[in-house]
Design a protein around this ligand. Structure first.
Ligand code: SF4
Ligand code: SF4
Length: 324
């Protein structure tokens, strides 16, 4: 892995002492006892977890959770729910599990999310544990995690943090050998910052761009953002999904703090519960009942799009297997 040069010629990001493994999930014995290698993929289960936590240290103008403060009792409940979920993951050894924490707010400022990621990363039947984060919190705790399994989906929010500070966090992750993607919301006012971020990051770090909600992109805007993220086309328009087969509810589920299991975050009807075992019978091939699917964490499971083949084992942390 090579360092990347700023215009002045100063290496901004250092050469890695140990490169990020390309396919960490394949490097470890992740086949549960009693399963053959052929059974391994059939028993993959992707779990998106979202507890009640909704507070955030940032104040993004496009977010309803900006600077929200959770009362102590909600934080206690969030912690208890997360620890119960981690116990479930630890005990569910007959599936190969990949977990993505998708908190409403920011999780990594809370010790229980950091502890859960470290803990789950060491379980042999866990292929991936990742979290969506603004990367504001320190990263040193990740030294305790298995870097083949733990990963981050990091969003840069211009206006909330300087680019230099965000890049310093990226540098820490590179030094730790932790897998991560970096992204921005594709608002017109973010474009110059996104270009500068792309220039400063080594090419091995994938930068994604999320289409801004409610923003209709001209073809020129789409071209500009696609120059930064070759997969921007997946995000720029919602995907018609009604009646189409989706992995959600079959090999991917959404879990709430109380254990309620839904097929995905976007179809509210419960299909079972994690803690009474009803989730097992609920898993079956399903078709989408929503008209549109416009969020990456949903449409990556929409079968006709074939995005599991694009992202392979980087599906949850949003790192394609290859990009130009
Ligand atoms: S960092 Fe994320 S959760 Fe926090 S205010 Fe910004 S968009 Fe919302
Ligand atoms: S297409 Fe999207 S909304 Fe529909 S079931 Fe799949 S993840 Fe859910």
């Amino acid at each position: 892995m090579t360092g990347h040069l700023e215009p002045a010629g100063r290496p901004l990001l250092p050469v890695l002492s140990h490169p990020m493994p390309a396919h960490p999930a394949l490097d470890r014995p992740a086949v549960p006892d009693g399963l053959s290698v052929l059974d391994e993929r059939r028993d993959d289960l992707y779990v998106l977890y979202r507890g009640p936590l909704a507070s955030c240290n940032y104040d993004c103008p496009y977010c309803p959770f900006a600077k929200r403060v959770d009362p102590p009792e909600l934080l206690r409940a969030d912690r208890a729910d997360l620890e119960r979920f981690a116990d479930w993951v630890e005990a569910t050894t007959d599936r190969r599990l990949s977990v993505l924490f998708t908190p409403w707010g920011e999780g990594l400022t809370r010790s229980w999310y950091r502890d859960a990621i470290v803990r789950l990363s060491h379980l042999p039947h866990v292929a991936r544990v990742a979290i969506q984060t603004n990367l504001a919190a320190r990263t040193g705790w990740l030294a305790e995690a298995d870097p083949r399994v733990a990963a981050l989906w990091a969003t840069y929010h211009p206006g909330q943090v300087t680019r230099e500070r965000f890049l310093a966090r990226c540098r820490e992750l590179l030094a730790l050998g932790v897998r991560f993607s970096v992204g921005v919301v594709g608002l017109p006012g973010h474009h110059a910052e996104a270009v500068a971020l792309r220039d400063a990051l080594p090419p091995e770090v994938y930068l994604w761009v999320n289409a801004a909600e409610g923003h209709v992109y001209t073809s020129e805007e789409e071209r500009l953002w696609t120059a930064l993220d070759p997969r921007f086309g997946d995000s720029v328009r919602p995907h018609p999904s009604l009646g189409l087969p989706c992995h959600a509810g079959e090999t991917a589920i959404s879990v709430l703090g109380d254990g309620t299991v839904r097929r995905c975050h976007f179809i509210k009807t419960p299909i079972g519960n994690l803690y009474d075992g009803t989730w097992r019978a609920a898993l079956q091939p399903r078709s989408c009942t929503n008209a549109l699917c416009d969020c990456h964490i949903g449409y990556v499971h929409l079968k006709p799009l074939g995005l599991r083949d694009v992202y392979t084992d980087g599906l949850l942390e949003r790192i394609p297997a290859v990009w130009p």
